[in-house]
Design a protein. Sequence first.
Lengths: 333, 337
Amino acid sequence: MSLLSVEGLRTHFISRDIDNRVRVAHALNDVSFSIDRGRILGIVGETGAGKSLTAQSVTGLLRPPARVVGGKAVFDGRELTAMSDDELNTVRGAEIAMVVQNPRTSLDPLTRVGDQLVRTHQVHSGGPVATSRQRALEMMEAVGIPDPRSRARAWPHELSGGMAQRILIAMALMNAPKLLIADEPTTGLDVTVQAQILDLLRDLVARLDMATLLITHDLGVVAHFCDEIAVMFAGAIVERGPVREVFRNPAHPYTAGLIAATPERLRSGERSVQFGGPPPDLYNLPKGCHYRPRCPFAGAACHAAPPELETTPGHRALCHFAGAFDRAQEPAE
Amino acid sequence: MRTFRFLLRRALMVIPLLVGVVFITFMLVRVGGLDPVGQLAGPTATEAEFAAIREELGLDQSLFRQFLIYAGNVLQGDFGESWLSNRPVLDDILGRAVISLELLFWGVGLGTLVGIPVGLRAAFRPNGRFDQVSRVLSLLGFSIPTYWLGLVTIFVFFYLLGWAPPAMGRISLLVSPPPTITGSYLIDGLLQANWEAARSAFAQMVLPVLCMAVIAAAPIIKQTRAIALDVLSSDPIRYARATGLPERVVRRMVLRNSGVPILTYVGTEITGLVGTMSLIEYVFAWGGLGQYGLNAISRGDFTAVQGYVLALALFSVIVFLVIDILVYLMEPRSDLT
Ligand SMILES: Nc1ncnc2c1ncn2[C@@H]1O[C@H](COP(=O)(O)OP(=O)(O)OP(=O)(O)O)[C@@H](O)[C@H]1O
Ligand SMILES: [Mg+2]
């Protein structure tokens, strides 16, 4: 059984317009994936695809008007999507730890970083403060912070981006989590620092036997660091499977386009993987396959909602013609 | 030591500010269309009489010389004499400043004590029942004209209900004011165990203080709510939630992170409220600095207006200085200034 399995998760933004009519943004439509201990799953997709929203929905961090309206997320045998905020607070930061995109602005500006590490340990694990202090120093050491003792006394604004991100990773490790969710952990950082942080993450995941969800724009990062990949488009995982398998035989036309459009970026690690047209209007999604308007292979069948087909074991795609989309327009016999 | 250096630096920064303030008030009053000569001379005066008065007042000198003389006098604590009452403006102002500060202190104090918690509570549950009610009330407080608010309060609490004494100054006409120590009848009464005077002073103060509190609280509620909402959706709070910090810890973080902007806002608001307070003083015949200023302006009392504006500016400078210092003391990252 997987550590985290997400099935058919749907999240909507429900609001009212000036005329008091209900408006629904279908931000997550069908998100299913699972992840095992010791594995790294990379979630990629263009901006607005719903990657961050997936992480927020799973961990119960949505703020109104966003709401989970269907599906579930099961973590270690417990259903996260059915938990109260208080229950979730015992999981978040403890068993599920997060590393976010803006490390420098995310730390509490009025608390020394060491105290923040201690605080998260005290809240979740309790015990003598001295123990938490000791652990804070150990974790800072583990993420490669030189001279942790003096660094612990630093204020967040005194840290560089890379250093702040290391603190966030140390913070994530404080309570020995089972799952680490990293949402674009390197986006704001220098390229060299990016590589260091990713190496560090990979190292820690292997050593500590955590499952890791790595959200990124960057197929190159996925190719280098992940075991599995999930490709998101318009709030749905359109393809998932082992990284090598998906890269070699993309089964969904969006994935194929993504890979084809980014041979250079695969190496340079550039941001943004937008190609082939505007993102769909979440208030008014196209009928059937949401990728249809942008799909060069779309045929008549694509007006119906696509099934998730398995092409090889563990490799699935949300497409009528999974694995054979380039023949979509040929008449079916 | 570092704190001391900070204080010294801030205090020194006040000096150029004050020079600017003196200059601007001087110029404002000169170009403000006041005509003291005409006022003093009266409608039947001849050219020669006009000239004599101008000379007596020093108005025949160049503007620059006038300024130098004025600035020099101000430096020595000489704000000039009121041209109408022939009393030193400084004495008038000092005597009345205490009276106004008293009203301002209790009014703004009460408004802040109510406004900040209300704004915070509204922010923690945006669009909840409490938020909606407080929003309507604060909108009301915003939109009621000051003058009207004063009159209606008097009408309701004195005339209709009879709960408040008549709005005729700071102490009942039937009670003799206590000998001056601070200038505040309430405090002086209490200090000298003159309970009758203290009681009367307190009763006279209730309505104007309430009016000031309403006027002060409305924008404080609104700003506090906005600031707290901002902080609530800021990265540190979102991250704190993501790391599973319990709500009580998160709220404490919100408070700490909203403190400085709220304090700064209250500071700016106080300086703005001084103007509004003139009207309240007027309605309640308070006889404070605000009322003095209004009178001076309407009578074209040149030096008095100058002194009044200068006193207000000085007050603002002091308020900002105090706020700066408070912010500095609240800021745990002591190397930030
Ligand atoms: N208040 C809102 N009302 C309606 N739609 C919203 C609202 N907030 C966000 N969205 C939509 O939710 C979608 C999911 O956003 P999300 O932040 O998960 O994207 P992402 O894949 O993480 O993108 P990025 O790569 O830019 O971080 C976006 O398309 C966004 O337009
Ligand atoms: Mg995102």
